[in-house]
Ligand binder design. Structure first.
Ligand code: NAD
Length: 464
């Protein structure tokens, strides 16, 4: 059979599978059996298959990783291997590695601590490097650092694939990551390292610690910042408004939120705004309510955005006093953009910009249908996981997906071909602007904030 004929066969098999998870299992088996055909299929059918090999289905796959495990893929570094990490890396059969995606499994999408079962994420992200940017799969290396898990259900699950101990913390953890960084730089000196799905307490701390001495970035922070900025730039083209005039409210104040905020601030500064004026346009809500100056025990990041306002926990009250033009959900708490909140935003804005970015779909702050219907069709909406177009009254709305895959493969490709030594924030701003430039007037007329995924290879190339 020719490759085209083989493709017909595997595509029809995928389509016959009843559940997304079955499709995932089939595709992973195809990746193991016939990598060339797997990539041909996914590249050609990217809009249909991206949600299977990545969010939302990959979340479900990680939740059932032990159950669906067929063949191993990726490299595990268990915390009891301190002192031997270089040897473990040396076991990897390929000597020439361009990109590593590494996780410790503590915050897998919005699903929390999945321990070593989080391996589906580095595998999925690296698959996207090949699909979206043509990186040789043999030069990609998925790694899970198994530091244990605090997920009791997994610890008592006979099919859990990881170490059965609670997470190591503090010095033990830091020494392990230090050794990992040093060993990786020694073994694979050219490799770009992407940090993925580390929990809030480690994500930005490790990024700051290593970003000036190794070629690393954190996709949850910087990639998310970039893809969200691109979506906002597109939305502002619909409104014919400028970024400097927006009032932005974050629901959730973790890694993703600060990654987006800092990227927006940098873009505002590039437009000539003072850093403090830029930060004043941005507010945060966390699990204890509005982040304000009066609150005790705010971390360093939150203090930068803690404004002189009274403490408030009521969401509608917060919306009333801040009158945001843009609201961004990155809390992992589904259903929190409720009807009264969305109606209020529509009352305050001719067209509110609403981003419900929590993943997977089950964690989204609201659905696309809720966003459009509860704002009487006024919302300019994007989500983290894909939603189908929504027909409401006589209009069809096309929700955008703020998918990091628009950004990181292009960034990675650029770094690999240029052999850049470090990853800078400016790269992510340039990537956001490049991505936004791909959105056509006809996309905008349909409410689409991102270009179709079918253009992803051109986009990655331009970003690179
Ligand atoms: P995180 O754990 O670092 O942050 C979560 C934040 O939400 C914390 O600040 C927490 O205080 C806050 N929060 C929790 N419960 C809350 C509540 N009831 N009310 C208000 N705030 C509450 O996680 P993260 O890395 O920032 O990711 C958050 C979500 O964003 C995840 O679901 C993730 O999948 C999603 N995300 C999406 C994209 C994307 O779509 N491109 C990218 C990155 C992350």
């Amino acid at each position: 059979f020719t490759q085209d004929e083989q493709k017909i066969k595997v595509l029809s098999t995928v389509r016959e599978k009843e559940t997304s998870l079955e499709k995932y299992i089939y595709l992973i088996s195809l990746q193991d059996r016939n990598e060339t055909l797997f990539y041909r299929l996914v590249i050609d059918e990217i809009e249909e298959l991206m949600p299977i090999i990545y969010t939302p289905t990959v979340g479900n796959a990680c939740q059932q990783y032990g159950q669906i495990f067929r063949r191993p893929r990726g490299l595990y570094i268990p915390c009891n291997s301190k002192g031997f990490i270089y040897n473990i890396l040396s076991n990897w059969p390929h000597k020439d590695v361009d990109v590593i995606v590494v996780t410790d499994g503590e915050r897998i999408l919005g699903l929390g601590d999945l321990g070593a079962d989080g391996m589906g994420i580095p595998i999925g992200k690296l698959t996207l490097y090949t699909v979206c940017a043509g990186i040789d799969p043999a030069k990609t290396l998925p790694i899970t650092i198994d530091v244990g898990t605090n997920n009791d259900e997994l610890l008592s699950d006979p099919l859990y694939i990881g170490l059965r101990n609670k997470r190591i913390r503090g010095n033990d953890y830091d020494e392990l990551i230090d050794e990992f960084m040093q060993a990786t730089a020694k073994k694979f000196p050219k490799a770009l390292i992407q940090f993925e799905d580390f929990a809030n307490q480690n994500a930005s701390r490790l990024l700051e610690k290593y970003r000036n001495s190794y070629c690393i970035f954190n996709d949850d922070i910087q990639g998310t910042g970039s893809v969200t900025l691109a979506g906002i730039l597109s939305a502002l083209r619909i409104l014919n408004q400028s970024l400097e005039d927006q009032r932005i409210l974050f629901y959730g104040a973790g890694s993703a939120a600060f990654g987006i905020a800092e990227t927006i601030v940098k873009k505002m500064m590039a437009l000539g705004m003072d850093i403090n004026d830029a930060r004043r346009r941005i507010s945060f809500i966390d699990s204890r309510g509005l982040v304000v100056k009066d609150r005790a025990n705010l971390n360093e990041k939150k203090r930068l955005y803690a404004h002189d306002m009274k403490k408030e926990t009521n969401l509608i009250g917060i919306i009333d006093s801040l009158k945001p033009s843009i609201i961004i959900g990155v809390s992992g708490k589904p259903g929190t953009f409720c009807e009264p909140l969305l109606r209020k935003l529509a009352e305050l804005n001719e067209r509110p910009i609403i981003f419900a970015l929590s993943n997977p779909t089950s964690k989204s702050e609201c659905t696309a249908y809720e966003a459009y219907s509860w704002t009487d069709g006024k919302a300019i909406f994007a989500s983290g996981s894909p939603f189908d177009p929504v027909s409401w009254k006589n209009t069809t709305f096309y929700p955008g997906q703020g998918n990091n895959a628009y950004i990181f493969p292009g960034i990675g490709l650029g770094i690999i071909v240029s052999r850049a030594l470090y990853v800078t924030d400016e790269m992510f701003i340039a990537a956001a602007e490049t991505l936004a430039d791909f959105v056509t007037e006809s996309d905008l007329k349909k409410g689409r904030l991102y270009p179709p995924l079918t253009k992803i290879r051109d986009i990655s190339c331009k970003i690179a």
